[in-house]
Ligand binder design. Structure first.
Ligand code: GDP
Length: 388
């Protein structure tokens, strides 16, 4: 049995023969690395040059113009939205300029969404919840975009959020757009790209933006600074729920959801809800005029999802009426500029070869206790300003 496989400029004929016993002397042109005895496929290298009539136009990468991207996004074309976000995420200066042109034209069409941040430790059930909530919202007629901020991808180049098959039902729905976290850059840089991606998604007609992050380090405050409503997803542990819970995170959330409130776990989840509700009651509210409360839900059975959404709608109505919603968005724009400045300065400082060489030397001295941290900082600062 033989069948052709087309690559960009070569046609390979892969010849498959399950009966290798009779042909022991046969040596394949190629075998996979680490193949075992079960490998029963012979591969014969095929024609080197692909015939003209087999060349496929679709392999050529098309560069879209700014106008094509803007119109495509405004028409809700998901492929062009994805291409626009790729431009936003690109580190090439040329792409950055193009992204800016596209975003400038999209900006007047953005802003009309409810931006919801969802955070929690790995395993709390965030992606299962986003799938359940997303499908529920789409059935109500909404268009849902899911963006993720994965701090692990910028710190360790690994990924806590991205390396599993997630949100399968949701990702197949045409009213949903899912984009994983940009895979490189500082948290500030990743956050800038996500903010710009929000603008693009809104211009494409997505009226609910879900931004997922894991509860480590600075990522929660970063997400808080770009959303209207911030939800913390927890699971009950059966013991003293508040133990080990960072007060700071509770202070920035608009609701706590105790997930996995199903089966035998339900009772414990309800107890945790009561405990968190009373703790939240004594904290300064995250959003003026809104009392943050704890809720229970099961992302698997769907119980509690409707109630959660009703609370989010109530939040939107109350804060829009009081003006808090709009005021927060304006303040977030100021914060956004501050983020960009910090990110720029960080890059300009550590991106400088002289500074990084000097810092390497100073680190050695710091480790040996030969210099004070403030003195090391002064030296680096001096070098930096001399360079400017
Ligand atoms: P994430 O790391 O926070 O995104 O968590 P996942 O959504 O991947 O869920 C982690 C595990 O918890 C998976 O095995 C889910 O099936 C399970 N899970 C998520 N939500 C629920 C729930 O509401 N009830 C139960 N029983 N299991 C859940």
């Amino acid at each position: 049995m033989g069948f052709p496989i087309f690559s960009s400029d070569t046609v390979f004929l892969f010849k498959v023969d399950m009966d290798i016993e009779n042909n022991k002397s046969y040596k394949p042109d190629w075998t996979p690395d680490n193949h075992g005895d079960e490998f029963a496929i012979r591969i014969v290298k095929g024609v080197e040059n692909r015939p003209e009539n087999l060349r496929q136009k679709s392999f050529k990468r098309k560069e879209f113009t700014t106008e094509e991207l803007v119109n495509g996004v405004l028409e809700g074309n998901r492929i062009l939205l994805a291409k626009t976000i790729t431009l936003i995420e690109s580190t090439s200066q040329n792409h950055q300029l193009r992204a800016k042109e596209v975003l400038t034209q999209l900006l007047p069409h953005s802003g009309k969404s409810l931006r919801i941040g969802i955070s929690g430790v790995p395993g709390a059930g965030k992606s299962t919840l986003i799938e359940a909530l997303g499908v529920y919202l789409i059935n109500l007629g909404h268009k849902v975009a899911v963006l993720t901020i994965d701090p692990s991808s910028s710190i360790s180049k690994g990924s806590i959020l991205g390396d599993k098959t997630r949100m399968e039902k949701l990702s197949k729905d045409e009213n949903c757009f899912i984009r994983p976290s940009p895979s490189s850059g500082t948290l500030g840089g990743v956050a800038r790209k996500t903010r710009e991606s929000i603008t693009a998604c809104e211009a494409a007609g997505y009226n609910i933006i879900l931004i997922e992050t894991v509860g480590v380090g600075q990522s929660e405050t970063t997400v808080r600074s770009m959303v209207d409503f911030f939800l913390l997803v927890l699971i009950s542990g059966g013991g003293d729920e508040l133990q080990g819970m960072k007060k700071g995170v509770m202070e920035i959330c608009d609701a706590i959801l105790i997930n996995k409130a199903d089966g035998e776990n339900k009772r414990k989840a309800l107890m945790a809800k009561a405990e968190f509700s009373s703790a939240l009651h004594y904290l300064y509210p995250s959003t003026e005029g809104w009392e943050s409360k704890a809720y229970t839900a099961s992302a698997i059975t769907g119980e509690g999802i409707e109630e959660l959404w009703t609370e989010m709608l109530k939040f939107e109505e109350i804060t829009k009426t009081s003006g808090v919603f709009e005021r927060r968005r304006r303040l977030q724009n100021i914060e956004w500029v501050e983020f960009m400045i910090k990110d720029y300065l960080f890059d300009s400082f550590f991106g400088n070869k002289q500074i990084s060489a000097q810092f390497t030397e100073l680190k050695e001295k710091l480790l040996n206790g030969e210099i004070l941290p403030s003195a090391a900082f002064d030296l680096l600062k001096e070098t930096y300003f001399k360079l400017k």
